[in-house]
Write a protein that binds this ligand. Structure first.
Ligand SMILES: Cc1cc2nc3c(=O)[nH]c(=O)nc-3n(C[C@H](O)[C@H](O)[C@H](O)COP(=O)(O)O)c2cc1C
Length: 357
């Protein structure tokens, strides 16, 4: 059984020199055309001592964009911009996967050049609002996805995953957490479909199963991870049977041989143990043994590894504020505090200027 952060671990095609994963974090610093900039190159290079970096969420298509200033992987200029990040991270000795996220019903027509309405499994609004410089905007009622929309969306993910490999990423992570499209299909509060994509736990898994199959078929399962957040109610998600839904999911996805499953814990260690036992591959835990009202702590990650509930642990906030996190963990701290005022948008402040030890 592993007892520390600093032993190597394999996740599919990914050989990680340590068990510290940088969790994906949207930073909204791609103000033009969904292209990341030199500042983003610097930000990720600073964090190259992670066993694995998972990037901020990246939209696989214009219609998958949920927020202002987030990057894409659906046109050649975006691919070229990401190439600079991946080359620089590799030169610095790191590994990096791109997180692909379609935001589904989370979004707004005013964010999109073509003014299209967000898509969702069912015409049910999140009940939440979206930050914009002009004030908050309610998420609208999404257009219910047709079977053709589903096929188009999966094809967009496949192309974006191919683009990610062309851009030099070591793989992709599919964002099935935190109330975005995949999660909207899984949750019975947002998916009330009566066709093959809704109505039972197995039907609600169908979208992500088809997506996993298609993306794995395109770039190799051993380069694909999936992130989920059972019990997380972000973006208006409700799940009436979290344990049943996610045990069904894991059972159906396990045969594909993905590189890893990345799970945000939500105060339910028993469920984490159940999912871990049912998952044949590498298991990355974002440790929140208590309700996640604060950032995960180093001791919570260390304990999870010691207890054998994960092969690797991910931290978000800690990595955001501590570019040299492994060095700080070895030294037993201290840790910089993250400043939420600079999480989304802006310049280098709160992005590339957190000091190293
Ligand atoms: C600023 C910020 C942006 C985030 N953006 C994403 C994202 O793009 N994709 C994602 O899967 N999770 C996102 N998260 C969630 C983190 O990946 C992580 O699951 C969460 O912060 C809990 O971990 P922590 O307690 O270590 O911060 C974000 C979190 C923060 C703080």
């Amino acid at each position: 059984m592993t007892t520390d952060f600093f032993s190597p671990v394999t996740a599919g095609k990914l050989d990680l020199p340590n068990r510290l994963v940088m969790a994906p974090m949207t930073r909204s610093r791609a103000p033009e055309g969904g292209r990341v900039t030199d500042l983003t190159v610097e930000y990720y290079v600073q964090r190259a001592s992670a066993g694995l970096i998972v990037t901020e969420a990246i939209q696989p298509s214009p219609r998958g964009q949920g927020y202002l200033w987030t990057p894409g992987l659906h046109d050649p200029a975006q691919v070229a911009a990401w190439r600079r990040v991946t080359d620089a991270v590799h030169d610095a000795g790191g590994r990096i996967v791109g997180q692909l996220m379609h935001s589904g019903r989370v979004g707004h027509p005013s964010l999109r050049p073509d003014g299209t309405n967000p898509l969702g499994p069912s015409p049910l609004a999140s009940g939440q609002s979206l930050f914009t410089p002009d004030g908050p905007l309610e998420h609208p009622v999404p257009d219910e996805m047709t079977v053709e929309d589903i096929a188009t969306t999966i094809a967009d993910f496949v192309q974006a995953a191919r683009n990610a490999i062309e851009a030099g990423f070591d793989g992709v992570e599919l964002h099935g957490a935190n109330g975005y499209l995949i999660h909207q299909f899984l949750a019975d509060g947002s998916n009330v479909r009566t066709d093959a994509y809704g109505g039972s736990a197995g039907h609600r898994v169908r979208f992500v199963r088809e997506l996993v199959e298609a993306v794995a078929g395109a770039v190799g399962a051993e380069r694909v991870g999936l992130k989920i957040s059972p019990g997380v109610t972000a973006n208006g998600i409700t799940e009436s049977d979290t344990a049943g839904q996610y045990t069904t999911l894991v059972r159906e996805i396990a045969p594909y041989g993905l590189a890893y499953l990345h799970v945000v814990e939500s105060g339910n260690r028993e469920l984490i143990r159940t999912l871990r036992a049912a998952w044949p591959g590498a298991f990355v835990l974002n440790p929140h043994p208590e309700e996640p009202t604060r950032a995960a702590r180093p001791d919570e990650g260390a304990q999870a590894l010691r207890d054998g509930v994960a092969d690797a642990v991910s931290f978000g906030t800690l990595w955001l504020a501590n570019p040299d996190l492994p060095a700080r963990l070895r030294a037993g701290g201290p840790y910089n505090e993250a400043d939420p005022a600079t999480f989304y948008g802006g310049d280098h402040r709160g992005y590339t200027d957190y000091p190293v030890l």
